[in-house]
Write a protein that binds this ligand. Sequence first.
Ligand SMILES: [Mn+2]
Length: 415
Amino acid sequence: MFPVSSLKNRRKKVLKEMDVNSILFIESAFPKEKNTDNNYIFRQDSSFYYLTGFSAENSALLLVKKQNETKEILFVEENSPYLELWLGKRKSFDEVKIETGIEEVHSIKELYQHMGIYVNDRMLLYFDFSNRQVSSFLDYQHYRLIRIREHYPQITSVQQGSKVIYPIRMIKDEQEIKAIRRAIEITRDGIINAMKRVKPGMYEYEVQADLEYMFLKNNVKVPAFPSIIASGVNAATLHYSENNCKIEKDSLVLTDVGAEYMNYSADITRVFPASKKFTKKQESLYNALLDIQLKVIDMIKPGACFKDVNDKACSLIAKALIKMKYIKEESDVKKHYAHSIGHMLGLDTHDVNTYPRTLPELKENMVLTIEPGIYIKEESIGLRIEDDILVTKSGCKNLSYDIPKTIKDIERTVA
Ligand SMILES: [Mn+2]
C-alpha cells in the first residue's frame, strides 16, 4: 500500500491543475469478460489507482474545486452477505478512509445523489477516458457521460480528465520509483532464470515458463504485458507473442518482458544465445547495438529533447548498418529498425505522453525506456536491448543496470 501522504499529495497536485468551479470524475476499471461467468483477473484503472491507491472495482472518485474550497469524495461497493460469500468481504467505509486518506466515503449506489450536492451552475466537468476504447463510439463510458450530463444540465463544458492528470503522472514520486525498481528486480530474476536454463531444442514457451516462474514466485500473477519470447527469425516480429516455436541450435532468444509491482511496470529486453555462445556474426551486430544503446543512454538528462534522442539513435544505427554493408543510405535504416527509441514507463507500460514525438523535454524523475534494435530477417537475427532509465537532477540512472547485458556477462550467465 502507498502511504496516505503520497496519495494526498497526488490529489492536491491534480486539484491545483483544475480550473475553479470544476469537478473531476474518474471511475475504477471495468472487469473484462473472458467467457460466460469468468472474467480476466481484475486490474485497476491506472489513473484511478494513482489518485486513490484503491484496487477494488465498482468505485469512483470525485474531486471538486470551487472558489474557496476543494473536496475529495470516494464511492465504493458496500459489503453484503452475498458478496462476502462469493467474492470476499468488502472493506468498511472506515477502512477505506484510512487506506486512501479520503475523508468522505459513500456507497457507489449514492453516486448521483451526492454528485448533485457539488455540481454548480456553469461547471466544468473533467471526465476520464484514459484507458478505454475511445474508438468505439457508444461504449459504456460514453453512456456514463451522457447520464451525467442528463442529470446535471448545470455542467456546461466537458474536458478530458487526462488534461489535469497526465502532467502530474509524468513525473514520478519517490513511492512510484520504488515500485518500478521492485518490478525491475523481479523481472531481472526472471530473465536470469531463463538465461540459465535455456537449451537448443526447447520451445519458446518453456523459456517463458522459466522466466514467469520468478514472477509468480514473487506474487506477480499477471505480467505487465504479454511476454515476448522470440527465437531466431521470430525476433524480427516486433510484438511477437505466440512463443510457440522450437529454439534451434545457434539461434538467439529475445525476451521482451516486464513484471508488474503495485501496478507499476518494468519493461526489459535481453537477447541471449541458446547454444551458450554468440556466433561471430551475432557478436559483431550485438556489440554494435550495445555501443549505440550506451551512447543514447548518455544523452538522457533534464532538458534533453526526447525527439533528438530518437533521431540520434536512428542515425547511429544507420551508420552502423552502412559500415556492416547491410544498407547503402541512411534513409534505408527503417528496413532494419522500424520502431522508436523508447517510451515513458509507469503505471502503464507505455505510460502517459509516451512517445518521442509527443514529449518535448525530459524532466527530473521521469522514467523511460531506451531500446534500440537491429533486425536482419534474412539472417534470422533480431536484436533489441532495452533498459529502464530514471532521469535524475543532472543526468540519469539505469534502473536495470544489473541485468546481464555485455556478451561476457550474458555468456557467463547462460553457461
Ligand atoms: Mn518497451
